[in-house]
Design a protein around this ligand. Structure first.
Ligand SMILES: [Cu+2]
Length: 497
């Protein structure tokens, strides 16, 4: 666990970790035998993973916004309130990703793939978990990391035959801090330990994991059926949340009432996927201080080309008949002769099985900023209209407010609520009418004019919309938008950034 996250695992961290385990066991009056892990596949099996019972007061508490219920209600830690934004991605990891892990025969490939599975968990939970400097503040961090450790533990002994991973260390001497012969910092255990020793079988034998209910076969019912899980003889799934299923009722459930609650579970699984999720609660944290005043705001535009496969229930009418048998709708009218296709050039749509657009056509496009010369993230989204051939929407994204002496370097990314990636295009300086050209999304912001950002959210909106007179209709000032994200969702996606 430590090796994945920290460049320099040290003995203090390990001691804290052991203390954490002991404290948990003690607090549970011996019910817990070790560190708990969350197998996200149990949530993935819900029709919409963020509906999991995990995010209720009996388990980990609030999933969206400030955590105000559950055991960690109103926590403040490191000068920050505990905040989550479950569902930045609609699922924590794809079930098949885990299956694929066990088909990999190269340790280097495995390490990369496991890292991806790990990253996705951080993004999925969002809030403090989505920032390297605050991730450990959310207790979910430890349960997530224990699961990553579980996957690694299982991988090492497929079918009982342990691989000699120490001799296949994936790094090379060119890997610097991860070079195989390099001593681990401050870690002494029966002598100094080299990086490659982290792959030694002795660690494997010093811990033991209980099999996950997701990996359970053959009548695991009796063992795993709890208020939080629903298990048949073939598989287990997390219980969902619906207002009719309050945590208390489920907790008191007796085995006799199981038949009734199984019905409820089915109803929960049919629960319509809410692709729009909830607004984001940011913690406005810059270099260990959380305060909105430390941030400035950039107008960001998102331009979206609709997916041709999607049919919204609105059709053309011919001779009084609604043409609802068509495989396209009014907004995608007769795609083979549509003039606009010459410009948008829709390619072959790549099907993304997790994507279910809201029936209204509203589609959430996430836009995020990551500080390059400061520690801080900001998450935001714009809502575009997936029905119409091309749509655009504005949003305003925060970056560390530059000072006279220090500019802000920031990396902006964008992906839709299915995880499909949008490409950044940056304003050509001083072009008017504005022109944009593909860029990396990394930009520098300073206090010199023209600024390209505003000190407050208010000013950022006024930077984009110019009011000729109070109460009048404002005019958009396109030349003040420093970056545009182009979402041609047929071609790109990111399962992991
Ligand atoms: Cu992590």
């Amino acid at each position: 666990m430590l090796g994945i996250y920290d460049k320099e695992p040290n003995i203090t961290q390990i001691l804290i970790f052991f203390s954490y385990e002991e404290a948990l066991i003690e607090a549970s009056n011996g019910t817990l035998k070790g560190l708990p892990y969350i197998d996200w596949r149990l949530d993935y099996r819900l029709s919409y993973a963020p509906d999991s019972i995990l995010w209720t007061s009996n388990y980990l508490g609030t999933g969206n916004g400030q955590v105000t219920n559950g055991p960690f209600a109103n926590w403040r830690i490191g000068g920050t309130t505990l905040v989550r934004n479950i569902g930045m991605m609609p699922y924590p990891t794809e079930e098949s990703d885990v299956r694929n892990l066990y088909t990999i025969d190269s340790l280097r490939t495995f390490a990369n793939e496991l890292e991806n599975v790990h990253n996705l968990g951080h993004i999925y939970i969002g809030g403090l978990m989505n920032d390297l400097s605050t991730a450990t503040f959310d207790p979910t961090f430890f349960m997530h990391h224990c699961w990553i450790d579980y996957l690694w533990w299982r991988y090492q002994c497929p079918g009982g035959n342990c691989i000699s991973s120490r001799f296949q260390y994936p790094g090379t001497e060119a890997d610097g801090l991860h070079a195989p012969e390099r001593n681990m910092d401050n870690l002494i255990y029966e002598g100094t330990i080299k990086n490659k020793d982290g792959y030694d079988q002795r660690w494997l034998q010093s811990v033991e994991y209980e099999n996950s209910p997701a990996d359970c076969r053959n009548n695991c019912n009796s063992r795993y059926n709890t208020a939080g899980l629903y298990c048949t003889s073939s598989r287990c799934i997390s219980a969902g949340t619906a207002n009719s299923l309050s945590g208390k009722k489920r907790r008191k459930r007796s085995p006799r009432s199981f038949r009734r609650s199984r019905k409820s579970s089915r109803r929960v699984r049919r629960h319509k996927r809410n692709t729009l999720s909830y607004p984001v609660q940011n913690v406005f944290r810059v270099d260990c201080e959380s305060n909105t005043d430390l941030w400035g705001f950039l107008p960001v535009k998102v331009v979206h080309v609709r997916s041709k496969k999607q049919v919204y229930n609105s059709f053309t009418v011919q001779n009084g008949t609604v043409q609802s048998s068509m495989s396209y709708d009014f907004y995608d009218n007769q795609p083979e002769i549509r003039k606009i296709d010459q410009y948008t050039r829709p390619g072959h749509p790549k099907h993304f099985k997790h994507c279910k657009t809201d029936p209204s056509g509203a589609l959430r496009i996430n836009v995020n900023s990551f500080g390059l010369n400061y520690q801080g993230n900001y998450d935001e989204y714009a809502i575009v209209d997936d029905r119409i051939p091309v749509s655009s929407a504005m949003t305003y994204v925060a970056v560390r407010r530059p000072t006279r002496r220090r500019s802000s370097m920031v990396y902006l990314t964008s992906f839709d609520s299915c995880g499909r990636y949008c490409t950044p295009e940056c304003l050509v300086p001083r072009s008017n009418p504005p022109r944009y050209r593909p860029c990396t999304g990394a930009i520098q912001i300073n206090r010199r004019y023209p600024r390209g950002y505003a000190d407050t959210y208010d000013d950022a909106v006024l930077m984009y919309f110019k009011f000729q007179k109070p109460g009048g209709c404002p005019t958009p000032m396109e030349q003040n938008v420093p970056i545009v994200f182009f979402c041609k969702l047929e071609e790109n996606w990111i399962p992991v950034p």
